[in-house]
Design a protein around this ligand. Structure first.
Ligand code: ZN
Ligand code: ZN
Length: 357
């Protein structure tokens, strides 16, 4: 504990564009009833943050960015039970979900139209401290260190996708797009019992493809020949059981549909920057494909992601490059240029990190 202080540093969006991002000194958040204040340990920059900066994703500025973070409980608001100061936690970003709509009542609060997440709807984790509703927290197991905990949100996104389209035991899984979500998909599909997992990417993502190969994943360069033809050749002409599309590119969607076996499944995680993209409709019909679009992260996926980390079944730490919060501009630039796989901001560089026992 660093004692009470009334101000802190926070990376705030004031208007559209990176020139309107500032590291500001702002009043530290207070714990109101039912909420808690965390000391932020690590906070991840994701593709959505770039869209938020550019006003391609809704936000309510002025607002502190950062929807993916781990932290340590600093202060409990009135009425908060089951948590103690010092607990290490991660936080689902589903704040202000209404609890009354048909989605909330179905247990799909992450899809509630009223939700305003930390990092775009309310102040987020690119700061020394963040205030969050207590009911959204998940405890970080002792075996999971702070850096791995800082990567739980993208892993929960991946687990949610596999809740929609489960990994077939012993089956073939193709993941398209070697970004952090794609690599985590491939690692998770492997952990979940796939027989063979291939990760498809472009040579322009060299840093990411190299890391994936170092992690022991089978990597296919999409520039080397026709992906669908290769998929059929490698599966004795059956095709792929499950394709997970994480790139959002029209060509990748076509490759994925072409690679599917008949009655195969495709899960879509990639966000296209375009309102429409061409889809080879006849090919999808030929494959009799089941296609699911997976958005955000379910409540159940958070504990499942933490359990995968605690067992060591998935280790996301090699993906991370840590920047002090003061170097946020370099971290955003490296994310834009794909010079890193995943940038984590560290608001309090001198705080102690727990390592895996
Ligand atoms: Zn994100
Ligand atoms: Zn709702």
């Amino acid at each position: 504990m660093t004692g009470p202080s009334t101000t802190m540093m926070a990376l705030r969006k004031h208007a559209a564009g990176e020139h309107a991002l500032h590291l500001d000194e702002v009043p530290a958040p207070q714990a109101r009833p039912g909420w808690m204040v965390l000391d932020v340990g690590y906070a991840g920059i994701c593709g959505t943050d770039l869209h938020i900066v550019d006003d391609e994703f809704p936000s309510w500025p002025p607002v502190t960015l950062g929807h993916e973070f781990m932290g340590t409980v600093r202060e409990l608001g009135e009425g908060v039970e089951d948590w103690s100061v010092g607990d290490r936690v991660v936080c689902e970003p589903h704040s202000l979900a209404c609890t009354r709509c048909h989605l909330c009542r179905r247990g799909l609060a992450h899809l509630c139209a009223h939700k305003r997440s930390p990092g775009w709807g309310i102040d987020g984790g690119f700061a020394e401290r963040v205030a969050v509703p207590a009911h959204l927290l998940h405890a970080v197991p002792d075996k999971v260190d702070d850096v791995a905990a800082g990567l739980v949100e993208p892993l929960a996104i991946v687990v949610t996708a596999f809740e929609r389209t489960p990994v077939p035991p012993g089956g073939t899984v193709m993941v398209i797009g070697p970004g952090p979500i794609g690599i985590l998909c491939a690692l998770t599909a492997t952990a979940a019992g796939a027989g063979r997992v291939v990760l498809v990417g472009r040579r322009s993502s060299a840093v990411r493809l190299e890391l994936a190969a170092e992690l022991g994943l089978e990597v296919w360069d999409s520039a080397e020949g026709d992906v669908a033809e290769r998929a059929y050749r490698h599966t004795r002409n059956r095709g792929i059981d499950l394709v997970v599309e994480t790139s959002g590119a029209a060509a990748a969607v076509a490759q994925g549909l072409g690679s599917l076996r008949r009655r195969g499944q495709m899960c879509v995680l990639g966000v296209s920057g375009e309102p429409t993209i061409p889809i080879p409709w006849g090919l999808a019909m030929n494959r009799a494909a089941d296609v699911a679009f997976s958005l955000s992260s379910s409540w159940s996926s958070w504990d499942a992601a933490l359990a995968l980390l605690a067992r060591g079944a998935v280790d996301p730490r090699p993906l991370a490059t840590v920047f002090p919060l003061t170097d946020w501009a370099q971290a955003f630039a490296a994310t834009r240029d794909r010079g890193v796989v995943k940038a984590l901001l560290r608001p309090v560089p001198h705080s102690t990190t727990r390592s895996t026992p």
